[in-house]
Design a protein around this ligand. Structure first.
Ligand code: IVH
Length: 708
């Protein structure tokens, strides 16, 4: 799709033709991305085309078109779906890649449950369908609602579309009063091929793979289009249930089948980890003939009571895992190595590749991680790829790690061009020219420019509007890039997003008068921005993009401090390594020294804090609500476990305490409310006694945790 004539060799005639072509291709890509939810070219290709367009315009300024893609800020936003809050969160799965990972999974579960390696422990094993998940709610046997997964908490209401999926019964008999059936929407290979033929015949773009086709079809605003797309559904899980389906996973799936749902015929009950891997191999052998895409095998603890005890980590269940198939690999050539600067200043080398299809997706760049990686060393200095370095011009083998991010795992030295030079990693930021030192213990070089670095500022903004953070409809990464450089309506920091409406009203270059925008799409954008002024504390903390603060840590911080005022006051009060405010921060289970320092620095750096305050002035921050409301007596209390627990593992005790709303701390202090001491308790029990803290044994803890 990229023309190969170098920009320097274009004549005015060929340049004009090329600009016309690029305006058409990029305009279509924008529409596909924003309005039709079907990105048909990957981000790297999009960026390359956009850069080529700009390069040509710089060389031939007179040829710049009225509808130049350089001036377009995104495409009109489709009138979206309404949102649905999932009563039971829709989770993702942890991954296993090797049979050792599967053994570790089994070991972890046994340890958590206090089972020995010879105790029986059954699992189910079933194909991991490569589609998109859907939660379908039935009330009194009638399909009343269907929602996509979204961010796991809130999905999109696609009920009208789901009603067109033939595998989904509209009415079910002898079902629980309320039942949410969850599973995967997918498209078969045969239906995918036929659909693409139709698309091409109608002059429309083909879908890259069945998963994209299924996603694009389910998310059509017009359900009559979905109806024409042959979507299918396998049920494999459930959300809210008014009555249990069974006491085992396998039984529940059989029950779903008797209710009229399609369940995968390769679902098998296995009695141990060896059986799991045997069934994995069996499914892998059948993979080419299944007629639909799968990307691994999912293992789940069969006993639902044990699933309940195992519970969840922040976004994944402890009782299930996805054992992924080895990724597809393909050879291509590196045409260049660029350095990208990330949100936290990290200089990340990216290999530009001659485009190649890997696992159904065109790949045109791959991450190279850092300078050691390029040189052929891992983070511990141990050789990787037999120590072969990576150079521009090399032939390399590409795969998509976890089926998403393209990586390189081998270099063909026999094809290395004679003049290929080892890559010299820069020690200054390619964007703002600030020094980019490599701190001790850090694998990457980081730009020291902070907010003066345009790349860091843009990446922070992209993170700010991303799905787990403010998730502003119609304001994605591409629009942020465009607005950042906008001469009239620049968005340089998060607060600028919320002043955009007022600045637009006062501007000469109003959005509604620009190409690609109309009154309605501009109003939609402002509306979706305004909707996010009211923001949950955890999303705000995550959105700030402080280094090391991911969404689960943001949730921990929000739950501990409760309100923005309390959180900000606490961070202001901290004197690192010295006062109570610091101890309170690092006492949070899951908050380590490095993370704590990073948060405190962000709050105490004058420049960063000023930006945060400007943002807060635009927002209505919602206090955190305790995640699990329980009337158990330990809710809101701080507990410490010590000594040996005999009836449940430490991990289970901790998870149970947290699910009841208690905090678990590793050390006894004045703030401890209760010490649970098993045999062998030593200094902690003594300290608790000295401080007059209540001490109970394991049986009393079990009784207490079952109370209320
Ligand atoms: S179970 C609480 N089973 O994989 C666990 N998921 O990477 C819920 N998926 O979001 C998921 N086939 O979209 C489960 N047999 C299967 C699956 C499956 C595909 C998808 C699902 C999920 C994703 C997690």
């Amino acid at each position: 799709m990229t023309s190969t004539i170098p920009v320097a060799e274009l004549t005015p005639e060929t340049a004009a033709e090329e600009l016309a072509r690029l305006a058409q291709v990029l305009g279509a890509a924008n529409r596909d991305y924003h309005t039709n939810d079907a990105p048909n070219i990957d981000d790297g290709t999009y960026d390359a085309l956009k850069r080529r367009n700009l390069d040509i315009e710089i060389r031939f300024p007179d040829l710049k078109r009225e509808d130049s893609p350089s001036d377009t800020v995104g495409a009109p936003v489709a009138d979206g779906f309404s949102k649905i809050k999932h009563e039971v969160r829709m989770l993702s799965l942890g991954n296993a890649f090797t049979s050792e990972d599967v053994d570790d999974f089994d070991d972890r579960i046994r340890r958590f449950l206090g089972l020995s390696s010879s105790d029986p422990l059954a699992y189910t094993a079933e194909p991991k369908i490569d589609g998109l998940s859907l939660s379908v709610r039935y009330e009194n046997g009638k399909l009343v609602q269907a929602a996509t997964r979204g961010d796991g908490d809130v999905g999109e209401n696609v009920t009208a579309n789901a009603l067109t999926i033939r595998d989904l019964p509209h009415v079910i008999e002898n079902a629980p009063e309320v039942i949410e059936v969850r599973g995967e929407v997918y498209m078969s290979h045969a239906d995918f091929d036929a659909l693409n033929k139709q698309q091409e015949a109608a002059g429309q773009k083909a879908f890259a793979n069945p998963r994209n086709a299924a996603a694009g079809s389910l998310r059509q605003l017009d359900a009559s289009i979905t109806e024409k797309r042959p979507l299918r559904f396998f049920a494999y899980a459930w959300g809210t249930l008014s009555t249990p389906l069974s006491d085992t996973q396998f039984g529940a799936i059989e029950h779903l089948k008797t209710l009229g749902f399609s369940v995968n015929p390769l679902t098998k009950l296995c009695t141990n980890a060896t059986d799991l891997v045997a069934h994995y191999k069996n499914i892998e052998n059948q993979r080419p003939d299944l007629g639909y895409d799968i990307d691994g095998v999912v293992y789940k603890v069969n006993d639902l009571a044990l699933q309940g005890r195992l519970g969840f980590r922040s976004t994944t269940p402890r009782w299930a895992i996805a054992h992924k198939f080895a990724a597809e690999r393909a050879w291509t050539r590196i045409s260049g190595i660029d350095i990208q600067v990330g949100r936290t200043g990290a200089l990340s080398p990216v290999a530009r590749l001659e485009p190649i299809t890997v696992g159904g997706v065109v790949v045109s760049n791959a991450t190279l991680h850092n300078e050691d990686y390029i040189a052929g060393l891992d983070s511990n200095g141990v050789p990787i790829r037999d120590g072969k370095d990576i150079r521009v011009g090399d032939w390399v083998r590409v795969y998509r790690a976890g089926d998403v991010i393209p990586k390189i795992d081998d270099v063909d030295l026999s094809k290395r061009p004679e003049d290929a030079e080892p890559f010299v990693f820069p020690d200054t930021c390619p964007i703002c020219q600030s020094a980019a030192p490599r701190e001790e213990g850090d694998a990457v070089r980081r730009c020291s420019g902070g907010m003066i670095c345009a790349a860091q500022a843009v990446e922070r903004l992209k993170h700010f509007v991303s799905r787990g953070a403010f998730d502003i409809d119609g304001l994605g990464a591409k629009q942020i890039e465009n607005f950042f450089d906008d001469p009239m309506l620049a968005i340089k920091e998060p607060a600028d997003i919320f002043t955009l409406r007022a600045r637009n009203a006062a501007s000469l270059g109003r959005l509604e008068n620009r190409d690609g925008w109309g009154k309605k799409s501009v109003e939609n954008l402002f509306k979706s921005i305004d909707e996010k002024r009211k923001i949950p504390l955890a999303k705000l903390i995550f959105g700030l993009g402080v280094r090391h603060v991911g969404d689960s840590t943001a949730r921990l911080l929000a739950n501990r401090y409760g309100s923005w005022d309390a959180f900000a006051a606490a961070m202001d009060a901290v004197i690192i390594d010295e006062n109570d405010a610091w101890t309170a921060l690092i006492d949070i289970d899951g908050v380590g020294q490095v993370l704590a320092k990073s948060v405190v620095h962000a709050f105490q750096s004058e420049q960063e804090r000023a930006g945060i305050d400007r943002l807060i002035a635009e927002l209505d921050v919602q206090d955190a609500v305790a995640p699990v409301v329980s009337d158990n007596p330990v809710a809101g209390k701080t507990l410490v476990f010590t000594g040996t627990l005999e009836k449940m593992s430490r991990a289970e005790a901790k998870a149970r305490a947290e699910s009841l709303g208690a905090k678990v701390s590793g050390s006894v202090s004045k703030k401890t409310d209760l010490l649970i001491a098993g045999p062998g308790a030593g200094s902690k029990a003594k300290k608790a006694a000295d401080l007059g803290i209540e001490v109970i044994d394991e049986d009393a803890w079990i009784a207490l945790s079952n109370a209320g």
